[in-house]
Design a protein around this ligand. Structure first.
Ligand SMILES: Cc1ncc(COP(=O)(O)O)c(C=O)c1O
Ligand SMILES: NCC(=O)CCC(=O)O
Length: 426
């Protein structure tokens, strides 16, 4: 009996499933969630006094590590002046300038409160701009929980076995076309039939919600070319990859330019923030300039802007992303090496500060089908054994892992030692 167990029991009385987001519920690995009370650098501390090296990073935002002093100070300084005014503040302009500077495909940007709002609004805009209703997404990609996007979705929807959620009107789901990630031929085929009706292709430029699956060479370039040919809008959902796989996001890393970009996670530094933006002629369709409605009581909240700006400042140091990528690779490849040394077949994918671990004999994992072919039972066992040894991985085989700049030598060594210990015992 632990404090976490007691807290989870109490939580289930008035919170569905005891959690405010399904991915926290440990359904994908069994057992009960850990309740945390404090985060510090690469570590989380739970309600029972245990410390863990954290590879969830609040599902992505904590790229500088937990409780980074500059971020905390920015928040405290801002809070002293009030929590928000429902009127513009200078910090929003500073944020917009900064984002458009870091992500050159974005001429204009609007702040929202979550990644879901960002993708939902970007799609509305793409539909309005093209005058078309259909959208194309990829199986296993997750773009938040807006109705149009909860079709063959990844992340918690996949973990819980409801990739297409009940409650999404059939008439709406019909407009969402889904094809296999990294399969350009399927995209071409669908466009061959329906190209003139497709408003947008929305894609995670590195898939991070079916574990971590990078784009195959030429895939993103191919999507760009198809969108150009059919005059559809290309949306990169960089909620996860933005500011993480490179300072300019996946679009900078792979050198492919979308029309619209959705952002979240890192841009809020741990506060509830999202953003979407892109080509001026599309963005100028937004109210109050244009007819496409989109709004938010708390959008651009000054405290959230302060946390986000401090985080963007922290990651703008030259060399930041190269160091993060090197560290990420060392951790993921270090785990794989240790597994193989004990004859446990395993492979990994790494892009920037994102990684995926796969228990499989395959050399490469490049799409949703291949992720599903991995040994999920072994992942569950590995997850719990690592947890016992003080390493907190995402509680699902369908989620990417995140490394922060705070994952120092001690945290890396503790992780690799724990993995060695687990593989020598399972
Ligand atoms: C790629 C991607 N898009 C959109 C979302 C939705 O963001 P949020 O959970 O902030 O609504 C997420 C994560 O949840 C994501 O990983
Ligand atoms: N990959 C999953 C997420 O990024 C979101 C977390 C959540 O839905 O709580």
């Amino acid at each position: 009996m632990t404090r976490s167990h007691d807290l989870f029991t109490q939580a289930q009385k008035h919170i569905p499933g005891g959690v405010n987001s399904p991915v926290r519920a440990f359904k994908g690995v069994g057992g009960e969630p850990v309740y945390f009370v404090r985060g510090e650098g690469p570590y989380l501390h739970d309600a029972d006094g245990q410390r863990y090296v954290d590879y969830v990073g609040s599902w992505g935002p904590m790229i500088l590590g937990h409780s980074h002093p500059d971020v905390i100070k920015a928040v405290i300084d801002t809070v002293a002046n009030g929590l928000g005014f429902g009127a513009p503040t200078e910090a929003e302009t500073t944020m917009a300038d900064r984002v458009c500077e870091l992500v050159p495909s974005m001429d204009m940007v609007r702040m929202v409160n979550s990644g879901t709002e960002a993708t939902m609004s970007a799609i509305r805009l793409a539909r309005a701009f093209t005058g078309r209703d259909k959208i194309l997404k990829f199986e296993g990609c997750y773009h938040g929980h807006a109705d149009s996007l909860l079709v063959k979705a990844g992340s918690g929807a996949l973990t819980l076995g409801v990739p297409t959620s009940p409650g999404v009107p059939v008439a709406l789901a019909e407009h969402t076309l889904t094809v296999e990630y990294n399969n350009l031929d399927q995209v071409k085929e669908v466009f061959g039939h329906l190209g003139g009706q497709i408003a947008t292709i929305i894609v995670e430029p590195v898939a991070g919600n079916m574990n971590c699956v990078p784009p195959a060479p030429g895939f993103l370039e191919g999507l760009r070319a198809i969108c150009d040919e059919y005059e559809s809008v290309l949306i990169f959902d960089e909620v996860m990859t933005g500011f993480r796989v490179a300072l300019g996001g996946a679009q900078a890393h792979y050198g492919v330019t979308p029309d619209l970009t959705a952002l979240g996670k890192v841009i809020g530094g741990g506060m509830p923030v999202g953003a979407f933006g892109g080509r001026r002629e599309i963005m100028e369709m937004l109210a109050p300039l244009g007819p496409v409605y989109q709004a938010g009581t708390l959008s651009g909240n000054p405290v959230a802007m302060a946390a986000g700006l401090a985080t963007l400042e922290g990651i703008s140091r030259p060399g930041f992303h190269d160091e993060l990528a090197t560290r990420t690779r060392r951790i993921a490849e270090g785990i794989v090496e240790r597994a193989r040394a004990h004859d446990i077949p395993m492979t990994c994918n790494c892009v920037g500060g994102m990684f995926g671990l796969f228990f499989t004999e395959a050399e490469q994992v490049g799409n949703f089908y291949q992720v599903g072919q991995c040994n999920l039972d072994r992942f569950r066992l590995f997850f719990h054994e690592m947890l016992k040894r003080g390493v907190y991985l995402a509680p699902s085989a369908f989620e990417a892992g995140f490394v922060s700049a705070a994952h120092d030598e001690a945290a890396v060594t503790a992780t690799l030692d724990a993995a060695e210990n687990v593989f020598s015992e399972i």
